[in-house]
Design a protein around this ligand. Structure first.
Ligand SMILES: [Ca+2]
Ligand SMILES: [Ca+2]
Length: 265
């Protein structure tokens, strides 16, 4: 019982932020490339606090019925019960009395994070891309807390790229975040062109909402109960990447069962 209590108390620590950086670029132009009627662009350098507070950038060109604009925004929020990562971007390029209308945005941002304890998250996520655009979110373990960089394959890797036809994907996953250093990576871009049907507007959006659950909560529904035991028994044996392989040993065995029972609600 004391053992179970000790595990639960450490769950509150969650992921902590070590550093963050990146950039947001927005660009809008219209008219001849060598002699534009309007050209607006700006690059913002992203630092850790910018991501935590939310950062956005926007430019616009307007000339009669022609318009080009680009906007982009990113935010990563950490709470005692979980964290969320959001990117949003896009723009349009509408040709009217002026030709050569184009817009673009790019975000590239990374955060290094520390997990002081083994964690487990239930992740609700979605990614959207329309026009000519692309968005990607990755979460990857870099190595031990004080050790050399020795990256594992990404635990989270969700992306969408569109070529005219919109792409929308969403899902819910239960994922282990083992003790160590982690890197969160956010990427998004669009290019809108006034001359290309289907490319006049491009949008990207991604929201990843993670909630911490007990490490023994196999299905991540917020309670450790008989349902988790049933899943564990069903996956018993050699099982790579299985939900019930709580210690990521590549096997679902009695060690995983003991961990589950230690956190019984
Ligand atoms: Ca459960
Ligand atoms: Ca195991």
């Amino acid at each position: 019982m004391l053992f179970a209590l000790a595990i639960k108390m450490t769950l509150g620590s969650g992921l902590s932020v070590l550093s963050g950086d990146g950039s947001i670029y927005v660009f809008a132009t219209m008219g001849p490339w060598s002699d534009p009627v309007c050209r607006e662009y700006e690059t913002l350098i992203i630092e850790t606090g910018d991501l935590l507070n939310g950062i956005q950038n926007h430019v616009m060109c307007l000339q009669g019925d022609s318009s080009a604009q680009a906007q982009a925004e990113a935010r990563v929020e950490f709470r005692p019960d979980g964290f969320s990562a959001m990117v949003d971007g896009g723009g349009d390029a509408i040709e009217g009395e002026v030709d050569g209308v184009f817009s673009r945005h790019d975000i590239y941002a990374t955060m290094e994070l520390a997990a002081e304890e083994d964690l487990r998250i239930r992740l609700d996520w979605s990614v959207l891309a329309t026009g000519l655009s692309s968005v990607q979110i990755e979460l990857q373990r870099l190595g031990d807390l004080d050790g050399d960089v020795n990256p594992s394959p990404p635990t989270i890797s969700n992306s969408a790229s569109s070529y005219i036809e919109p792409v929308f994907i969403e899902g819910q996953d239960v994922l282990p975040i083992s003790q160590g250093r982690w890197r969160l990576r956010l990427l998004t871009t669009h290019q809108a062109m006034g001359t290309k049907p289907g490319f006049q507007e491009g949008l990207t959006n991604s929201l990843h909402e993670a909630t911490y659950v007990s490490v023994g909560d196999v299905d991540g529904n917020g309670v450790v109960d008989v349902q988790d035991v049933l899943i564990l028994l069903d996956q018993f044996g050699a099982c790579d990447g299985c939900l019930a392989d709580l210690d990521r040993s590549g096997q679902v065995d009695v060690t995983d069962l003991l961990q589950l029972l230690a956190e019984w609600d």
